[in-house]
Design a protein around this ligand. Structure first.
Ligand SMILES: NC(=O)c1ccc[n+]([C@@H]2O[C@H](COP(=O)([O-])OP(=O)(O)OC[C@H]3O[C@@H](n4cnc5c(N)ncnc54)[C@H](O)[C@@H]3O)[C@@H](O)[C@H]2O)c1
Length: 371
């Protein structure tokens, strides 16, 4: 199979679909790989490494779309790319079609085979290509929070760990899922005083077992949130109810009760945010201050650490990509129910229920289009 990786053109997207190691794996399996010139630069992978791994470097994305059987990228195609997608071409990337009618129509029109990273499931029913990005965002949330707590960045001027004789900072993590658990890990590692709140007692039990006395856990109720926010130096918003609007557990009125210069990192902003005061920000201007509280609300946090994110994403996506190339797309999808869940569009048909429901489009089960 001919596999192509192009430069991501979305604002502040520095990740790339394949690293040189990924290219090497495809080449070893007997496939041909085309990489757009400079595609890996943002993730610190120069063209020379791709060449050494066996890729052919191609100047223009147009030429890659025109030749490749499978486009292996990161972000959903943008409008400039719609017209380049060909009939029968496999598009293997994050797609997020449910909120994007324009892209859904473009994929249906192109009659491509759209396999979305975000809906692939593993044998435990989890989303293996989303989890690494939540791990990164959770860990990065503390790193960013620590930075914006510094006075020159608008914060309170507090060091997370304190020093002997001076108290540690108070970190409050709302949500104990993947983002929350990873934020807890780093905050505890920094030596802060950490409290995590969730409505899922099993998740709290699990974290308490791991961290013991180094972590406070609390059931998430409006009363507990009212009481804890005024004590916090750093708050991480990591709340999610899959398939529903994110509960905005931090109300606008809470900000006035918080310490001046405290920081909220609202990781859940990509799903609406855990705070009523949150609005999306970008890496070039990631924070704004409201009622004295510094709000960090970047919707694509992993982009800031593109090298780590690219490597982590490829760890999750590569084996599926190789299976598609080795077996052919139909056989690979038939052989793996979890990969089949990733099939969102197939030659002009919507094969993912969530996408058909979101847009009122006819739904054809993935098993039917392959039979
Ligand atoms: N901004 C970014 O760059 C970025 C990156 C990755 C993930 N995210 C987002 O972060 C959010 C969290 O992702 P995740 O992978 O940790 O999800 P997850 O499903 O693993 O965890 C969400 C947690 O929220 C808990 N929860 C639900 N209602 C609650 C409430 N009222 N109070 C406290 N906890 C509550 C759930 O029980 C669950 O444990 C999602 O919105 C995700 O899209 C953002």
């Amino acid at each position: 199979m001919k596999v192509g990786t192009v430069t991501e053109i979305k604002k502040h997207e520095y990740r790339v679909g394949l690293t040189p190691k990924g290219v090497e794996a495809f080449v070893k399996h007997g496939h041909e790989v085309l990489v757009q010139k400079g595609a890996g630069e943002g993730s610190a992978f120069p063209d020379a490494l791709y060449k050494a791994a066996g890729a052919k470097i191609v100047d223009k994305a147009e030429d890659i779309f025109a030749q490749a059987d499978m486009i292996y990228k990161v972000k959903e195609p943008l409008e400039a790319e719609y017209k380049l997608i060909r009939e029968g071409q496999i598009l293997y990337t994050y797609l997020h079609l449910a909120p994007d009618r324009l892209l859904t129509d473009a994929l249906l029109k192109s009659k491509c085979i759209g396999i979305a990273f975000e809906t692939i499931k593993d044998s435990r029913g989890q989303l293996p290509c989303l989890i690494p990005m939540s791990q990164i965002a959770g860990r990065l949330a503390i790193q960013e929070g620590a930075k914006y707590l510094e006075k020159p960045f608008g914060g309170r001027g507090v060091l997370l760990s304190g020093v002997p004789g001076v108290p540690k900072a108070e970190v409050v993590v709302l949500g104990a899922g993947t983002v929350g658990a990873n934020a807890v890990k780093i905050a505890v590692g920094f030596g802060a005083r950490v409290t995590v709140l969730d409505v899922n007692l099993q998740k709290l039990e699990y974290l308490e077992d791991i961290y013991g006395a180094a972590l406070n856990t609390q059931y998430s109720t409006p009363q507990n949130i009212d009481a804890i926010l005024p004590t916090a130096d750093l708050v991480i918003g990591a709340v999610l109810i899959p398939g529903s609007a994110t509960p905005q557990v931090i109300k606008k009125a809470h900000l006035k009760t918080m310490k001046p210069g405290s920081v909220i990192v609202d990781v859940a902003i990509d799903q609406g945010g855990s705070s009523e005061a949150s609005h999306v920000t970008y890496h070039d201007n990631p924070v704004y201050t409201e009622d004295g509280v510094v709000n960090y609300c970047v919707g694509n946090m992993p982009g800031a650490v593109a090298n780590t994110s690219t490597l982590a994403l490829e760890n999750a996506t590569l084996n599926y990509g190789l299976a598609i190339a080795d077996k052919g797309v139909a056989a690979a999808l038939k052989a793996d129910k979890g990969l089949l869940e990733g099939l969102n569009t197939f030659k002009g048909k919507v094969t993912y229920k969530g996408v058909s429901d979101a847009h009122g489009l006819p739904y054809v089960p993935a098993t039917e289009v392959l039979s």
